[in-house]
Design a protein around this ligand. Sequence first.
Ligand SMILES: *Cc1c(COP(=O)(O)O)cnc(C)c1O
Length: 668
Amino acid sequence: MDMNRHDDEQLVDWLSPLFLGSYAENNELLEKVLVELLRDHVYWRRNIHPEDRPQIPVLAETGPEYRRFVGRMKTELHGLTARLKNSAPFFNPRYIGHMASDLLLPGLIAQLVTTLYNPNHVTDEASPVTLPLELDLGRQLATMFGLNTDPEREPCAWGHATSGGTIANDEALWYFRAVRYWPLAAASAMREAGFEPGEIAYGPKDFLQASDHALFNLPIDTVIRLRRALLAEVERKLDRREARRLAKAIEAERVETLGMAEFHARHPALGTPAVLVADTAHYSWEKALKLLGLGSAQLEAVAVNERMRLDADALERKLAQLHEQGRPVLAVIGILGTTEFGSIDPIHEIVAARQRWRKAGLEFAVHVDAAWGGYLASMFHRPDGTLLGHEEMQRDFHFFPSAPVYKAFAALRHVDSLTVDPHKLGYVPFGCGAYVARNRGMTDFISQKAAYVFDEAEATADSEYERRFRNLGQYILEGSKPGAAAAGAWLSHRVLPLDAENMGRLISETIRNCEYFFEHVDQLRDELDGIARVALPFEPDTNLVCLAINPAGNRSLARMNAFGRRLYAHLGVGEEIDIHTREFFGSRTLVHRDKLGAKAAARLMDELDLDPATFVEEPDDSGEQADSVFLLRHTLMNPWLSGHEEGLNYLDRYCRHLAALVRRELAD
Ligand SMILES: *Cc1c(COP(=O)(O)O)cnc(C)c1O
């Protein structure tokens, strides 16, 4: 008991300087540092060329136009800040809605201050200081996932900031397509030119004779080596002019040049590529397929199990089916922390499936959408980068990490690329996602300027990649981009490194919040005994929990959903809602019957004492049936939620509030 109190005191001491705080407790710290850094910026301006005379006259501020302008600015700013007062109060432990919380002070300050210098990370010519920090941010994240960042060893990972997870997901498919389609374009151009590369050490034995199917079904690392080896042969056998002509011919045959329609018309045997992702996928995946012209119909949804994790058997069946149809698979996406439920897909099973199917001649790239759960990886690594043992980790928790969750995180170093959002569980301001690739050689396929450099040694040298990435805009989807966002995340990781003792210590509080909620939901059940039934549709894997509440005696799912919406009406924010009238802030989600699966659906209906006949694929007009179940959804990422002092436990208070809401709604 005393030991616990001591631990808690230590934890409070450790947590206290991290955020501004729900009461803005650290306002003096923030103000002092900001003013100091602002003055520092002012002196920097003055010292560029101190001998220049100031342009703005000393008495300018007395001029009428000057004063009118300042007046307008102040009026508008006050208007804006007045309106901002009705923002969603993410920082407050009463906020358990969307994926946002208080912001880590180091990242927040670094981003605000860097904005004064306004670096543009499209190229280091516009950001000589901070663009290298973005590349370092990529290394910080890659290391957290267990990927190699030592350029002396291949493959070497790289990563960069994006505006968010959506763009990182787009980029993942953009890269995979560029690499996987390249061998087909190269073979076409070489056949056309009558260029005979001879036997190449990578890929099919006879490159020119290989089928489109064989050329597509090559692992990413193989294609990277194959390209280098082929271009080295071109360099060796052709003179400079011929070599350049052939390189141009390859570019002309690529899918990026021809477009999907024309490319596939020229390669009719290839078939339409599919992308596989669990049913729980974020909607950005549909956008990505639409955007790249792959077509959202080619996004093959894989069923999930009752824990809302991708079902490995369903994946296996889907792959077998596609293999039989002869359809190529561009990628399988695993989700590390689904947006709705926080569930963790079995990344290890996806990686194992790839090993098996590779032998059968079916290849697919593996991307992990860790927009939400990526930062949980920090809990799994010691400061020296080694992976913590499963039992060692379990000591700090009651349930976490379950064996499948542990294995999923341990398998991250085998995947081809990942999406992670510093602006979610990284606690930095919005506008900062990230894309991380295991093999930076994928960028060989991306440059917007056709590379006519064939010298393998030159193309693979570390300095070449470093030079390349200084022209970041050439290798990513975005162009001009805020250096301040990347600098904020980078600095945050410098202060709070991405290991179990630092960032992981913070994230583990979010898991403990969730375990606390899970274990104390019985109190809510007791409190509502005879009044309403409470169910957790699935055990949480991480730090998101969903709840369903059914008034006693109600047997209809549609009516339970309507009741849930009435409860949610007290938990949401909106322009016309005064946030001060809110006790707590939550969010909601609808889970379709298909997604839940028959077993989980039956169990949930039973637990809630609902008539299973009211949960149907196609509801009738009776108003009793529904095809989805409405859930209150809770993101438990604020480390102060479980309160570290008597009477300050917001999870208990939320449960009491929810019980009161239920009683009130039922009394009406
Ligand atoms: C949030 C999220 C995204 C999209 O990220 P944005 O930063 O909102 O663009 C993608 N995938 C998952 C799993 C997410 O949680």
